[in-house]
Structures are given as C-alpha cells and as structure tokens.
Design a protein around this ligand. Structure first.
Ligand code: ADP
Ligand code: MG
Length: 238
C-alpha cells in the first residue's frame, strides 16, 4: 500500500490543455472516487498515474517514489478498465496468471497467488473454465483477479462497471467495496455516476473541466458543497 501525491499536475494534448494544475493527496489505504461529467479529465488523470499517458508538467508520487518518468510496469499499480478483454482461449486461472508469467515469476508462486485471488473473489470453482462459460459479473471478477494477483500498491479503476446491467452494477459496487475492506489497497476509482461515488468512496474528488472543484467525504460534499456545480452534480440523481 502507498499514498499517492499529486502536485501541480498538467496535461495538454497539442495546444489543448485538459488538466489544469491539480493538487491531490490520497492517503494510504484510502478508497478515493474521481467523479465528474464526461470529458472532465478523469481518465487522463488516472492514465497519468498509471504511466499510460505522459505528464506535461507537475509531479506524481507513489509512496516515496516520484514516478513521472517510470514506465507503467515499474509503478507497482494495477488498472482495471471497463473493457476488460479476457483471453478467450485461456482458462480463468491462465487469464489471471498471465501477466505474472510474462514477468518470469515461477509457476508455484503464480499458482499460489491465483488460488488466493480466486478465493477472495469467489472464483475457485471456475478456475478451469474458459471466459465464454462465465457470466458478465464473473468475467468482471476475473478482470479484478488479474489486478489482485500482482499484489500492487495501488489499484486504479476506470469506470469498470459501465458495461454491466443496472442490477449487476449495484452488486459489483458492494463486492468491490468488500474487496477493499479485506485488502485495504489504496484505490483510485473513476466514475461519472454520482450514486456510485456516494456509495463507494471514503473520499470523493469532484472534477469539472480539468480542475478539482471539491474534495471531501460523501456526506461532507452533500451537506456542504463548495459551489453550485458540486451541489447540482452531487445532488442530482444519475
Ligand atoms: P473523462 O474520462 O473525464 O471523460 P478524458 O480524460 O477522457 O475525460 O478527456 C479529457 C479531455 O481530454 C477531453 O476533452 C478529451 O476530448 C481530451 N482527450 C482525451 N484523450 C485525448 C487524446 N489522446 N488526444 C486529444 N485529446 C484527448
Ligand atoms: Mg473516461
């Protein structure tokens, strides 16, 4: 686990600035939700933390390390996307262990980690199955399993539930929170869904137009919104 510290972080694509000098402190073990309308820069921020997008200026630290110039593989993070493409011709166990195998970890250690993650995610009975034989929720769990086996310091989620139907989405919210209760891994979770943010977050970061409008616990934002944008965004049903 580690804290994530962001200072004066900016991002431009060509001449277009999309992230305007963000400062953010994420505490060790915290579940932080980035929320805001489409296009406000949530994914860009997450991808800069992950190292999938270059920083234009500013600093990102994970624990003690300044990671700005480190490749994704050296940042000790694991990311879960909304389009969790599983390898169709690999079993659940092989899907979960693949990244570790690519890193040259020995088989006994991989098996051990896959087994432990499967237990946490309720996937033990499915380890020998292929993705096509799984439900949407089970596939989503496998995608999380691939992140968990790496035992990262930080989990990054980018709208992981937006392809699921409403009922499953509510169930998975609870499961992801329970997972966090068990693992206590520092988590940054992106969504455009206010309800998701309110029900899952220890701390919510409300963004608009590449800026942070307010940071606070869910009830704090609800009771004392800093401005009319936060009030209307948090207060309106999704
Ligand atoms: P969100 O995830 O909050 O919907 P994004 O971080 O994806 O927002 O995008 C923020 C802004 O940056 C948007 O205006 C988007 O059009 C722009 N953007 C994102 N990626 C690129 C890119 N590769 N090239 C140019 N503009 C981009
Ligand atoms: Mg996005």
């Amino acid at each position: 686990m580690a804290e994530v510290t962001i200072r004066a972080l900016k991002k431009s694509y060509g001449g277009l600035q999309v992230v305007h000098g963000l400062d953010l402190d994420i505490v060790d073990g915290e579940f932080v939700v980035l929320v805001g309308p489409s296009g406000c820069g949530k994914s860009t921020l997450l991808r800069m933390i992950a190292g999938l997008e270059e920083v234009t200026s500013g600093d990102i630290r994970i624990g003690e390390r300044r990671v700005n110039n480190l490749p994704p593989s050296e940042r000790d993070i694991a990311m879960v996307f909304q389009n969790y493409a599983l390898y169709p011709h690999k079993t659940v166990a092989a899907n979960m262990g693949f990244a570790l195998k690519m890193r040259g970890m020995d088989k006994a250690e991989i098996d051990q980690r896959v087994k432990r993650a499967a237990e946490v995610l309720g996937l033990t009975p499915y380890l020998d199955r292929f993705p096509r034989a799984l439900s949407g929720g089970q596939r989503q769990r496998v995608a999380m399993g691939r992140a968990i086996v790496r035992d990262p310091q930080v989990f990054l989620f980018d709208e992981p539930l937006s392809n699921l139907d409403a009922k499953l989405r509510v169930q998975m919210r609870t499961e992801i929170r329970e997972l966090h209760q068990r693992l206590k891994t520092t988590t940054v979770y992106v969504t455009h869904d206010q309800i998701e943010a309110m029900t899952m977050a220890d701390k919510i970061v409300v963004m608009q137009g590449g800026r942070i409008e307010q940071v606070g616990a869910p009830l704090e934002l609800y009771d004392r919104p800093a401005n009319t944008f936060v009030a209307s965004f948090i207060g309106s049903p999704s």
